[in-house]
Write a protein that binds this ligand. Sequence first.
Ligand code: NAD
Ligand code: PPY
Length: 349
Amino acid sequence: MDISDALSSWDGEAAVVRHDAQTGSWFAVALHSTRLGPAAGGTRAMVYSTPGEAVADATKLAGAMTLKMAVAGLPMGGGKSVIALPAPRAEIEDSTWRRILELHAQNLEKLHGEYWTGPDVGTNSDDMDVLRNTTEYAFGRSAKAGGPGSSAEATALGVFEAMKAAAEEAGLGRLSGRRVLVQGLGEVGARVAALAHHAGADLMAADIDPGRSAAAQAIGAQLVHPDEVTRTPCDVLVPCATGGLIDAATAATIPCHAIAGAANNLLRGGQPTANVLLDRGIVLAPDFVANAGGALHLIGREVLGWTADEVHSRTTGIGDTLRDIFREARDRRISPEQAARGLADRRLA
Ligand code: NAD
Ligand code: PPY
C-alpha cells in the first residue's frame, strides 16, 4: 500500500504527512471527522513496513475514533496520529525520541486545535508532558504534571464491562469459571487480565513479550502461544494488542463464544466479517464501543470537567450501552457491529 492508495480509499477530512530525514521517522496525522467537535485520538508510535502502511493505519484508526466519540456521546470528532519509527521504540535513543516528540508537537501546533492527541500504543503520559512543553493540544499528561494520567485504567474497566455484557449475551452468564483469553498484556491488557482474574475467570493470556507473559503467569494465567490465539478454545476472547486479528476466514473457525477487547479496528473486512461471527452465534462487542473508557477519561476530565467518579460511572455505563446495542441487533437480526455503526451514524447526522 502506498500513501496515495491509503488516502484514495479513505473518507476523512484531511491528513498531514511529514518525513524527518534526521531520525528517519514518518508522521501522519489523520482528521477523519470534525462534525461533532475538534478531532481527537491518540498518537501511535511503532515500526511500519512502509510509510503507506503508517498512513493507512492513521486513517483507519481516525475513522474508528469518529464512531467511538459519537457512540460515547462525547463532543469531539475522530482523529489519530501515527509515528512510523525507524526502529522499535525500546531501541530509540532518548535524544532521538525527544526530537521526534518535538516535531510531533510542531505538527499539532500547525493544526491549531483542529486535532488533539493523547497516549496510544508506543506513547504514554510522560510523552504527553513533553508535547505540552510546546503545544496545548495533548490530553493525558501525567498526574505529576497536573494531568489526569494514563487512560489505560479507564479503558480496561470499560473492556471488563464489555466482556461481562458480551458473556451474558452469549448465554455464558457471569465470568466466574469461564475461560477468558487475553491477547496483549500491555497497559490495557494487563489490567483487564487482573480484573478477569479477580472476577474468578479461568484466565489464559498471550503476549509476544516474555516479560509481560511472565507477569500474567504470576497471577495464575495459563500461557498461550501468540500464534495460537485464534485457534485456542475459550469462552471470551479479549484482544488487547494491535488490530486486524479477525478476518472472514478466522471468523469462520475461531473457537470462542464472545469477543470483547481494547484493540482498535479488530475486524478486517468490516461488515461481512461481523456477519460471519453473527451466523456462528459468536457475540462481538464492537471495539469502538468496548474501548471508549480511555476517551471518556481524557475528554471527560480535560474537556468536560468531570471528576474521577463521573468518569468511573460513565465508563461502567459501557456495559449498558452494549446491552442496548445487543438488543437492537437481536431484534433486527443484524450484527452488533452494524447496530453500533447505525447508532453512530444517527448521532453524526
Ligand atoms: P500496549 O502497547 O501497552 O500493549 C500492547 C501489548 O500487545 C504489548 O504488550 C505487546 O507486546 C502485545 N502484542 C503486540 N502484538 C502482539 C501479538 N501479535 N500477540 C500478542 N501480544 C501482542 O498498548 P495498550 O495501550 O495496552 O493498547 C492495546 C490496544 O488497545 C491497542 O490496539 C490500542 O489502540 C487500544 N486502545 C488503547 C487505549 C488506551 O487507553 N491505552 C484506549 C483505546 C484503545
Ligand atoms: C483511543 O481511544 O483509541 C485513543 O486514541 C485514546 C484517546 C481518546 C481521546 C483523545 C485522545 C486519545
